[in-house]
Ligand binder design. Structure first.
Ligand code: P6P
Length: 344
């Protein structure tokens, strides 16, 4: 806290970073600040969800064939409504919407593309487990057709100009990076001030952790390499600090945030539980890519088991990928097992 008793606000932090970029026009700052306003509104609703009739399911199934929670719908609408009028977006892609979201004709368009999961982990809302909003921001490529084409919107995660997440838990925290060595920084929402204040400056993930996070209920549906990998983390070996501790909340943002701060590996491997989802449950554009950028900027790594998540050329808006993400040494070990370089 500085002498005003406030500390560094997220707005000050963004402005400082943007001032160091001669090409900055203020468009990105406007975009990120509006997303922050949306997150503050979502945080308020999440934190009072237990008091008003906004819990439970809408009875609808989304494009992911998952129960749509009322707060899911609310969060999605808030982000779309707030972001579409600021004149900085070419289009958006949401985990909740089957297709790209067009900016209505009455609003000016911009050069950025926002992919987001409005409320990840929402099945945990009713049991008061932390949930979150995940976002990845891209710059529209020059020379496009001018039409709203998926082929022009989808880009590899390495092209993100910013990525991060909001976690709505015991407190609301925003973690983000603008890449290029600018680091990963966390801000905690002070409701009394109504501002996100810097609380975790320059987050670095340990090179090797002591935690593994995976839903072991899927063990019967994994292939031999995946089973051998998870068994590896459970096998006692003093030299490599095994067995690791198992920690799995079932809310990606909560599991990722804990491992980012403490070290460890989160895994959502491919499984044959649902033949319609042979490449795992998590989505490339709205979950894996944003977190892969955050973890890379914090010194970690994210892989699909064969190579960097950030280098995957997307072909579909909602394509799913296996995800191994966290401490670099642990994720590289996962890659060695899954790609067959280590014998099962
Ligand atoms: P499972 C939540 O529904 C979610 O999308 C992620 O937040 C979480 O990591 C994962 O699914 C949990 O999936 O199959 O272990 O319940």
């Amino acid at each position: 806290m500085d002498r005003q008793g406030v500390g560094t606000t997220i707005t000050q932090h963004i402005l400082k970073q943007q001032r160091e970029k001669p090409e900055a026009t203020g468009a990105f700052t406007t975009l990120l600040n509006e997303l922050i306003v949306a997150a503050k509104v979502i945080s308020r609703e999440v934190n009072k969800a237990g008091l008003v009739d906004i819990l439970g399911s809408t009875g609808k199934i989304n494009v992911q064939e998952e129960q749509v929670q009322k707060l899911d719908v609310f969060a999605n609408q808030i982000i779309i409504e707030r972001m579409q009028h600021i004149g900085q977006l070419w289009c958006m892609g949401s985990e909740e919407d089957p297709d790209l979201i067009e900016i209505p004709a009455q609003y000016p368009k911009g050069d950025y593309i926002l992919f987001f999961d409005p409320l990840d982990g929402s099945s945990n809302i009713d049991v008061n487990v932390s949930i979150g909003t995940i976002f990845g921001i891209y710059k529209r490529k020059e020379g496009g057709s001018g039409d709203l084409l998926l082929s022009e919107a989808l880009q590899p995660g390495i092209e993100q100009v910013a990525a991060g997440y909001f976690i709505y838990g015991s407190s609301t925290i925003m973690v983000y990076t603008t890449g290029n060595g600018t680091g990963v920084h966390g801000f905690t929402l002070f409701p009394s001030v109504g501002e996100f204040l810097l609380s975790h400056e320059n987050i670095r993930i340990p090179g090797k952790g002591k935690i593994y996070s995976v839903n072991e209920g899927n063990y019967p549906y994994w292939d031999e390499k995946t089973r051998a990998l998870v068994d590896y983390f459970k096998t006692p070996d003093r030299e490599t600090g095994r067995p690791y501790t198992s920690r799995y909340v079932g809310s990606l943002v909560a599991d990722f945030h804990r491992n980012l701060l403490k070290g460890g590996i989160f895994m959502y491997p491919a499984d044959m539980k649902d033949p319609k989802k042979p490449t795992g449950k998590l989505r490339l554009m709205v979950e894996a890519n944003p977190l892969a950028m955050v973890v890379r900027e914090a010194g970690g790594y994210a892989s699909d088991g064969h190579g960097p998540i950030l280098e995957i050329e997307p072909t579909e808006l909602h394509q799913r990928v296996p995800l191994y993400i966290g401490s670099k040494e642990d994720v590289e070990m996962a890659e060695a097992f899954i790609s067959g370089r280590v014998e099962a």
